[in-house]
Design a protein around this ligand. Structure first.
Ligand code: SAT
Ligand code: MN
Length: 583
């Protein structure tokens, strides 16, 4: 197959001239094609079929041990000016980056097949969707893209009609970390990635396109591309509210998106729209609406069990690609926190020995189509998306941040999002556990200067009178012994319920310098083993620590110099002033 679109054909031809593949294959996206790819990868050892009785059509991929997470230090935004990329990004000039990548890609696909993957991020017929084409030499990438995106012939038709698409070029190269780079050229709407086969580095529709390039596009086109899950919360009276929530990688977005309501909340239902990325647009009435550009999940495996996330646990029992989990003696996938079975082989395929660390890699992943999820929402395919009632920002903090609090207004909400801090997790190469500022959970994903990004967020206030309310959450408060104060998982629905009650003006709240906090007993704790004192700790302001936190944020803002919006400075100063009055 080829294409009627000369710009696409010429690009594929020029990449083939540079990379010298043995074959070129245009992906159609059919189930037969997927089955053939799986068969081929099983034959060449890329995939191992798992126990087909317990795990029909499930396969395991073990990656190179040096290639297990996103590499933020090797990820670059290549805009003409360094200031455009901002202090939040690594920057390289487009000329230098192209010269480097051209050398690395030269002959990189010799002996391999070049796959062309046309894909559409978002429902095929949605005006909010955007298309791209990924060229890759990895069959594993093609199979993952099939599960994660709408790819193949239908996407190609839309691309040929629109004539516009994001160009993504990927090769696994030789997997040498010294020759690994993930380059973004927002001004050219293109991405080039070499030397890694791992998710966020290689599935270019995901973080590279749907967040870094899309956030850049969204700024000029007046919308938002965010690192947010989208969830529908249906109350017993049949009303559904849609909430979009930003949390850093590996902080439970997937669990929240497919939560199982606790027994004490009969009649409540959860509908999953997305677990990682939301594209937010204002419609003609000024209502903020969300689509999920993806159509599958690339989720963290460890910790997934019947109690923590039964939907995810069930959904990964069929038609799933596992990456870097362990195996039992009877060839079933195994991971820490699975609570069933024992590991016989670790994530590197070696006989399991606890002296070598965890059996499954802490960032081991599952890839599944969204339709596998028991709480899948049919509205995933709605071209108009879903109306958003509340936007929520969270991080992983042992201290300081309360369980939930509400912004006083939009500007204050943007301030709350911008000031999020979180402990680092295994989703990126780095020092796990260290606290870092992660505004809107977008630090690794915003394709331009954060200062300008906050200004863009603030600008929505001028465009409509009906913006959603904004909240902050933290499920991860701990006591001095390291015990979690809040049970989390399904019980988080109690917090979402308070958020909805606030959106509907059904409950009061306590005004504090950091926002509105739940009144005593406002969060239902029926059937929970949690003391009134713990709830008080979870829903009050620690004035001393917040004062320090707020001062640190002022210093952080200084790093963005003249790009910092005045409104954010004013919010920071107001919070400082009001905290001081309480001391
Ligand atoms: O590795 S991914 O970027 O795909 C997942 C994540 O870190 O959120
Ligand atoms: Mn993510």
């Amino acid at each position: 197959m080829t294409t009627k679109l000369p710009a696409l054909q010429e690009w594929v031809n020029s990449v083939a001239r540079l990379t010298q593949p043995d074959d070129i294959y245009w992906c159609t996206g059919t189930d037969t094609e997927y089955a053939q790819l799986i068969e081929q990868m099983t034959a060449d050892g890329t995939l191992r079929p798992l126990n087909q009785d317990g795990y029909p059509n499930c396969h395991l991929h073990l990656s190179n041990p040096t290639d297990v997470a996103r590499v933020e230090h090797l990820t670059f935004i290549c805009t003409k000016s360094e200031e455009e990329a901002g202090p939040n990004n690594n920057w390289m000039s487009p000329e230098a980056a192209h010269a480097k990548m051209d050398t690395l890609f030269e002959g990189a696909m010799r002996g391999r097949t070049l796959y062309v993957i046309p894909y559409c991020m978002g429902p095929i017929d949605s005006p909010y969707s955007r298309c791209g084409v990924e060229i890759t030499d990895s069959a594993y990438v093609v199979a993952n893209m099939k599960l994660m995106t709408r790819m193949g012939s239908a996407a190609l038709l839309r691309i040929e009609k629109e004539g516009k698409f994001v160009k993504g070029l990927h090769s696994t190269g030789d997997l040498d970390p010294e020759r690994r780079f993930i380059m973004h050229f927002p001004e050219e709407l293109s991405i080039q990635s070499i030397g890694s086969g791992y998710g966020g580095n290689a599935l270019l529709g995901k973080k590279c396109h749907a967040l870094r390039i899309a956030s850049y596009q969204a700024r000029t086109e007046g919308w938002l591309a965010e690192h947010m899950l989208i969830v529908g919360v249906e109350s017993p009276d049949g009303q559904t509210h849609y909430i979009a929530c930003a949390l850093p990688s590996a902080c439970g977005k997937t669990n929240l998106a497919m939560l199982i309501p606790p027994e004490s909340m009969p009649g409540w239902k959860i509908w999953t729209l997305g677990d990682d990325i939301a594209w937010l647009h204002l419609d003609d009435e000024g209502q903020l609406r969300a689509i999920n550009p993806e159509s599958g999940y690339f989720g963290v495996v460890p910790g997934t069990n019947e109690k923590t996330n039964k939907n995810a646990f069930d959904m990964i029992h069929h038609d799933t690609i596992f990456t870097n989990v362990a195996r039992t003696a009877d060839n079933k996938p195994w991971w820490e926190g699975k609570n069933i079975g024992e590991p016989a082989y670790d994530w590197q395929g070696k006989e399991y020995d606890s002296a070598n660390g965890p059996a499954a890699h802490p960032n081991s992943r599952f890839t599944v189509a969204a339709t596998n999820n028991p709480s899948y929402s049919e509205l995933c395919e709605a071209p108009e998306g879903v109306p958003i009632s509340a936007l929520v920002f969270g991080g992983r903090r042992a201290t300081v941040t309360p369980l939930v609090y509400e912004a006083k207004d939009w500007q204050h909400g943007v301030f709350i999002g911008a000031s999020v801090g979180s402990k680092l997790t295994a989703a990126a190469v780095g020092e796990v556990g260290k606290i870092r500022r992660d505004p809107m959970a977008m630090l690794p994903f915003c394709g331009y200067n954060f200062g300008d990004y906050w200004e863009h967020w603030l600008s929505f206030e001028q465009r409509t009178n009906t913006l959603p309310k904004i909240f902050g959450v933290n499920w991860f408060r701990q006591d001095e012994d390291g015990n979690f104060l809040w049970p989390g998982f399904g019980e988080n629905l109690r917090v979402l319920r308070w958020i909805i009650d606030r959106c509907e003006n059904r409950v009061g709240a306590t005004a504090t310098p950091i926002g509105y906090l739940p009144e005593e007993d406002a969060i239902d704790t029926r059937d929970l083993d949690i003391s009134a004192e713990t709830m008080r700790v979870l829903t009050s302001v620690d004035v001393e620590h917040w004062t320090t936190e707020n001062a640190h944020f002022a210093e952080y803002l200084d790093g963005y110099g003249k790009h910092v919006p005045q409104a954010l400075r004013e919010q920071q100063q107001r919070v400082a002033r009001e905290l001081e009055e309480l001391q």
